[in-house]
Design a protein around this ligand. Structure first.
Ligand code: SF4
Length: 342
């Protein structure tokens, strides 16, 4: 997905950086190279991580709850988050990874009993061709596809993957505060991410939102309210909204773990903004890791960390008041075994 420019330069149109790349150079993500006026992905078929995960780990709580997803990644990223918890692979500059073509990824998924494939851990936009070819084959084998993405992909990229992409977790950090994105992530503006959300909704992709609350630097509660309001306006009030606890990592070891009280206040703000399914993540055992009926308050799905411990739904309806929840079923407990396959 690129244009050829004069002087053998190319313009990559996968993400909003829209890098202009001279011959012999790579784009900002360092995994897409201009070779004699043609743009090549350096990470196609080079998996750096392959695991069978519960879908709740993405997190996707409302799309096929309880299912298992084969999760793959390559190295590289188009962001430079100073707090990245996958920085060892996202910021790796040497092109490394196990040779694993799309056909083999799908075979592994089927062999290990996965219900779908998730393109995750690093940013799937930067290994788009690999993800796309895998997603097409996965769909042919009856598997679903999900992205875990920073949302910085172009509308062209969303439109291209949309026919094969069933669901996406779109990750915000610091409640989309523009200064936070510039200072801590080297991203000029979070605005294009909202455009991605509109495009995903229009394309029928099921979307859940995460928002990492980074202590000291990205924990402004007014920003939480503002982000939640925009999510409600763009995606609707029943969009699952996960407030994630930050733990010190990478270049942000001086910021302590987010206090649980801060997350609870943030959850109140998101509820005040009108969102109906607000979760707290990375706090096992918290009451806000469960799903409640937004109409009557009945507990309908109980979780322990990433695992379903109990559910009480009639298909996707509340058994108490018959309210239809924003859940794509079925709700099951996968028989696949969680495993690392690399
Ligand atoms: S995917 Fe990489 S090369 Fe393409 S525009 Fe984004 S950062 Fe630049």
């Amino acid at each position: 997905m690129y244009e050829q420019l004069s002087g053998d330069r190319v313009k990559c149109n996968l993400c909003h950086r829209r890098c202009t790349i001279p011959p012999g150079s790579t784009g900002f993500c360092k995994v897409r190279r201009n070779v004699d006026g043609r743009l090549y992905s350096l990470v196609y078929g080079k998996a750096i991580a392959v695991n069978v995960d519960p879908i709740e780990k993405k997190p996707l709580y409302h799309y096929r709850p309880g299912s298992a997803v084969l999760s793959i990644a390559t190295i590289g990223c188009n962001f430079r988050c100073r707090f990245c918890d996958n920085w060892v692979i996202s910021q790796e500059e040497e092109i490394i990874g196990k040779n694993l073509p799309p056909e083999r990824v799908v075979e592994l998924a089927v062999k290990h009993g996965s219900d779908g494939i998730s393109y995750t851990y690093t940013e799937p936009t930067i290994f788009f061709e690999y993800a796309y070819d895998t997603a097409v084959l996965a769909r042919q084998r009856g598997l679903f596809n999900t992205f875990v993405t920073n949302g910085y992909m172009t509308p062209e990229a969303v439109k291209t993957i949309a026919p094969y992409l069933d669901a996406a977790t779109v990750d915000f950090k610091g409640s989309a505060n523009p200064d936070f994105y510039r200072e801590f992530m080297s991203v000029p503006s979070p605005e294009p991410i909202f455009e991605t959300l509109r495009e995903m909704k229009a394309s029928g992709i099921f979307v859940e939102i995460t928002n990492l609350i980074v202590t000291k630097y990205g924990d402004n509660l007014d920003d939480v309210y503002s982000l939640a309001s925009r999510i409600k306006e763009i995606l609707g009030p029943c969009t699952p909204f996960h407030l994630l606890r930050f733990h010190p990592d990478y270049q942000l070891m001086d910021a302590p773990s987010t206090p649980i009280q801060t997350l609870e206040k943030a959850a109140e703000k998101a509820l005040d903004a009108g969102l109906k399914h607000v979760y707290i993540g990375n706090v096992p055992g918290h009451r806000l890791e469960h799903t409640y009926c937004p109409n009557c308050g009945q507990l309908v799905i109980e979780r322990e960390g990433f695992y379903l411990s109990a559910w009480n739904l009639k298909d996707t309806q509340c058994p108490n008041c018959n309210h239809s929840l924003n859940i794509v079923g079925p709700v099951t407990r996968s028989r696949a075994r969680w495993a690392s396959l690399l």
